[in-house]
Ligand binder design. Structure first.
Ligand code: C5P
Length: 227
């Protein structure tokens, strides 16, 4: 039995990067460490929620009382997120999902032609599904929180993204500053909703996760009262 701000709530969180296979030994990915998503999972569990964490390939221990579901590609993550949000109250999309994947995955390791040392190679990419937008478009949708990592015009782009993807809240993150965002231990963000724009100054991802979970819980209960 728990008495926290999210007691009795089911929370699903995505975290980390995705890996998009080119052949059996190669992939396309990004620098996401998963730290922010794992910190959010820990904070949500501490706030009393029952947490399922859908994680791409990361090197992090699973927080206590968190159920972890490991995935590799964006399509795996999409399938897991659609399934896990069928009975969830809140969905937080923190993963750095690859926007594109190779159109085809070679069944055997791609070889370079020894007779053509100057020849390049082309990998054709196709769009991946937008996971957070898919969850937000569900008929019986949970309260949906997205992230927006940007390198300029951060607030503007985040506001636009929140509307376009039909999210309740979006966490705007300026990743042009390398001391915050991606692999760093610190972060500074702005939480944006329909009627709010709340800057949360720079602090550790652990502290920030606690503040974000507290605010998400607050806006979630407000949304429940309005129903
Ligand atoms: O469009 P952009 O990638 O900047 O949006 C970021 C937000 O969308 C994040 O919450 C991220 O987790 C989510 N996203 C997603 N599926 C994608 C791309 C982004 O869920 N294919």
């Amino acid at each position: 039995f728990s008495t926290g701000a999210l007691a009795g709530r089911n929370v699903v969180i995505t975290a980390g990067p995705t890996q998009e296979a080119i052949d059996p030994v190669r992939y396309i990915s990004n620098h996401s460490s998963g730290k922010m998503g794992f910190a959010l999972a820990k904070a949500a569990a501490e706030a009393g929620a029952s947490v399922r964490l859908i994680s791409g390939p990361v090197h992090l221990p699973t927080p206590d009382r968190v159920e972890r579901i490991d995935v590799t590609s964006a399509r795996d993550m999409h399938a897991a997120a659609m399934q896990q949000t069928s009975d969830s109250d809140i969905f937080i999309s923190c993963a750095a999902v690859a926007d594109f994947r190779p159109e085809t995955v070679a069944e055997i390791k791609i070889k370079k032609d020894p007779d053509s040392p100057n020849e390049g190679m082309t990998v054709s990419l196709v769009r991946n599904p937008d996971i957070v937008a898919s969850v937000a478009a569900k008929e019986d949708r949970p309260f949906v929180v997205g992230f927006a990592a940007e390198t300029g015009n951060v607030i503007e782009y985040a506001k636009d993204k929140r509307k376009r993807k039909n999210l309740d809240l979006i966490v705007a993150n300026d990743v042009s500053d390398t001391s915050i965002g991606f692999n760093s231990d610190d972060n500074a963000v702005t939480l944006i909703g329909a009627d709010i724009e709340e800057p949360l100054p720079k602090c550790s991802k652990r502290q920030l996760a606690g503040q974000l979970i507290e605010m998400i819980a607050q806006f979630y209960s407000q949304s429940q009262e309005q129903q």
